[in-house]
Design a protein around this ligand. Sequence first.
Ligand code: G3P
Length: 214
Amino acid sequence: MRYYIDTADIEEIRQANKRGWVDGVTTNPTLVAQTGKKHHDLIKEICAEVEGPVSAEVISIESEKMLSEGRELAKIASNVVVKIPMIEEGLIAVKRLTAEGIKTNVTLVFSPIQALMAAKAGATMVSPFVGRIDDTGSNGMELVSQIIQVYQNYDFNTDVLVASIRHPMHVLESALMGADIVTMPYKVMKGLTTHPLTDKGLAQFLKDAQKVPQ
Ligand code: G3P
């Protein structure tokens, strides 16, 4: 399973990369705004840090404008993936960008049928937002399971990129379901490494090591 980091913070990307946790990066306008940097400059900086795909989101909602934005973003680096919102105009842009050899990530996906439509338009990846579904009292991971099933039924090549991940169970369930990619904040990544029994066992080993004759 591929791990992407969901951040626009270059220092977080560096730290996660050092630990082997960065197969790619996803950003969104909210994350970009938090940095105070210009979108183009920031994406260039991130692409220089990582070898894998870097999702950069368009901010237009009309297909022709999305196309121009997408083409400009794709020029920044060869690993840019153009992130497009799951709206009808967005799918027009996805189809055209795909035909031009530009990779796309269809975002804000909240139903398996939306994911099917994105795949039919030729999306490289789709991003179901599991945490935001959980927030509404429904089960976000059920959506992921359904998308995987639909894609398997019809041999779609579109990757399932589980997004809006909030905790380790989202990651475990994604892995058990065979999702292609998970994207998560650095804070969630760090939480995946810890276990109280590891800490307890290590403390005991260090204590016992003191008794070993030098
Ligand atoms: O990048 C999209 C997604 O991961 C957002 O997550 O936590 O804002 O719902 P969140």
